[in-house]
Ligand binder design. Structure first.
Ligand code: DSN
Length: 482
């Protein structure tokens, strides 16, 4: 973990905060303290989680939270926003500088919100603006009832091409349970059924046939890199806007591990991200874009967002300032080195990995070779103090609920300072648990997809070893809540 303030400063700050909360609702103070304890003692391998720094955490708990600030810097719908303007400007300035982006919008509250802002920015630019121009008016309120009805129909008739869910895409990339799937006519591109790798020729063929308005690239469970130069080439060929959701790998972009064809920012017209995954900031979202989309993106609030969260924008500014430091580059490289070591350790022990390994921060284990569903594997690993999440694998026979995969990632443990040797040992612990787990019998015969049997002695032995391992890499070494 990056250098932190002294023990007494950090401990005093958090202890005092807990004392103040405890006076009002002790159960909340206890839950916060218990969460720190859990996060200290368990092997956190959820690929989308991390540990924010004390400075980032503290930037969120203060009076900025009390301010309404709809609008953008210098153009607010409320008076008295000068300090919010300061933190929003700082966050945007750091974001532009860290990612080399022309424009940054730091208000989205989450990844879904960031994607919604991006979708509506593209619709505003490519559907609404031409309609206003054609009608000779400046804004939608001036449209005739007939033109407004036509525009609303046109909004609903746009197409999106995104990565399929079971290939590692995200629910917000046009899938029906999410608003994006209700807004857009969506089609998916998948991965090669043999190699599991993204097949750019197939993406190109799908784009040529479907002619989408937006092509979405980016993933939450694909363990390889995406060539964004090629994706832009495909988008340009069919007149689509390329949007990249880099939520999972934003930290690798910020840390300059993903560069050239693999850095989305120079290639996509619009890039969305969360700020709390590999980027190690507060829970939130962000949109980066080229100049042509800037004014459309800035309409995010009130278009699809509620009022900005100034305290979270302050924490984004702090986290992005941390990401600008040279040591963040070292961290980002270590995240990838650790993921490769984890993959290697699993392969050596006979595990089956989707695509046979990793080039980024995550590994997707196909647990069918252990005779388990993802749900059984996830629960058994948790019993042994290893926190992961189940995930579909390509063409998953068990569907999105039970799944056949376990997704693991290294951003959090790398923040604690664990390295390749520890990753190899963790691979051994995972293999021991999965090997020692079997499906329980189902009530109606056969085996259950949810229930499992794991010998308590294995769970106990592995969780003790996990705790010992983590004791050598204390979370927030400078934090003492006692
Ligand atoms: N929940 C995030 C993840 O785990 O990948 C994405 O929404």
């Amino acid at each position: 973990m990056a250098e932190q303030p002294s023990t007494s400063t950090v401990s005093t700050a958090f202890r005092s905060a807990l004392d103040v909360i405890r006076e009002v609702e002790p159960r909340v103070a206890d839950a916060i303290a218990a969460e720190v304890a859990d996060q200290r003692e368990m092997l956190k391998l959820i690929a989308s989680e991390n540990y924010a720094s004390p400075a980032t955490l503290l930037a969120m708990g203060n009076w900025l939270s009390d301010k309404y600030a709809e609008g953008t810097v210098g153009r607010r719908f409320y008076a008295g926003c000068r300090n919010v303007d300061t933190v929003e400007s700082l966050a945007a300035e750091h974001a532009r500088s860290v990612f080399g982006a022309a424009h940054a919008y730091v208000q989205p509250h989450s990844g879904i919100d960031a994607n919604l802002v991006a979708f509506w920015a593209v619709l505003s630019q490519r559907v609404e603006s031409p309609a206003l121009e054609k009608a000779g008016v400046r804004q939608v309120n001036e449209l005739s009832e007939q033109d407004w009805a036509q525009l609303r129909a046109d909004f609903g008739n746009q197409r999106m091409l995104g990565m399929s869910l079971d290939a590692g895409g995200h629910l917000t990339h046009g899938f029906r349970p999410n608003i994006s799937g209700k807004m857009f006519d969506q089609r998916s591109y998948g991965t090669d059924p043999v190699t599991g790798l993204l097949d750019y020729d197939a993406v190109r063929a799908a784009a040529r046939e479907f002619r989408p308005l937006i092509i979405v690239a980016g993933y939450s469970a694909y363990p390889r890199l995406v060539n964004f130069r090629l994706m832009r080439e495909i988008a340009d060929e069919v007149g689509a806007t390329l949007m990249v959701d880099m939520a999972h790998f934003a930290g690798l972009v910020a840390g300059k591990v993903l560069t050239g064809d693999f850095d989305p920012v120079p290639h996509a017209q619009i890039v969305t991200t969360t700020t709390h995954k590999s980027l190690r900031g507060p829970r939130g979202g962000m949109v980066l874009c080229d100049d042509s989309l800037a004014e459309h993106v800035d309409r995010g609030c009130p278009m699809v967002l509620g009022g900005p969260l100034p305290h979270v924008m302050a924490a984004k500014a702090v986290a992005l300032a941390e990401a600008a430091r040279p040591e963040f580059g070292t961290y980002a490289q270590a995240v990838v080195d650790n993921a490769k070591a984890l993959a290697e350790g699993l392969l050596t022990r006979g595990a089956k990995l989707v695509t046979g390994g990793t080039d980024n921060h995550l590994v997707l284990i196909d647990v069918s070779s252990y005779g388990l569903t993802g749900r059984q594997a996830e629960a058994a690993l948790l019993d042994a103090g290893i926190v992961t999440n189940r995930n579909a694998v390509p063409q998953d026979p068990n569907g999105a609920w039970y799944t056949t995969g376990i997704r693991i990632g290294t951003p959090a443990l790398t923040t604690r300072g664990l390295g390749p040797a520890e990753m190899d040992e963790i691979a051994g612990l995972i293999d021991t648990v999965l090997d020692g787990t079997s499906p329980a019998a189902a009530a109606k015969g056969g085996t259950s997809k949810a229930n499992y049997v794991l010998d308590a002695s294995i769970a106990d032995q592995v969780s003790r070893r996990a705790a010992d391992l983590l004791a050598g890499f204390p979370l927030y070494p400078t934090l003492d809540l006692q």
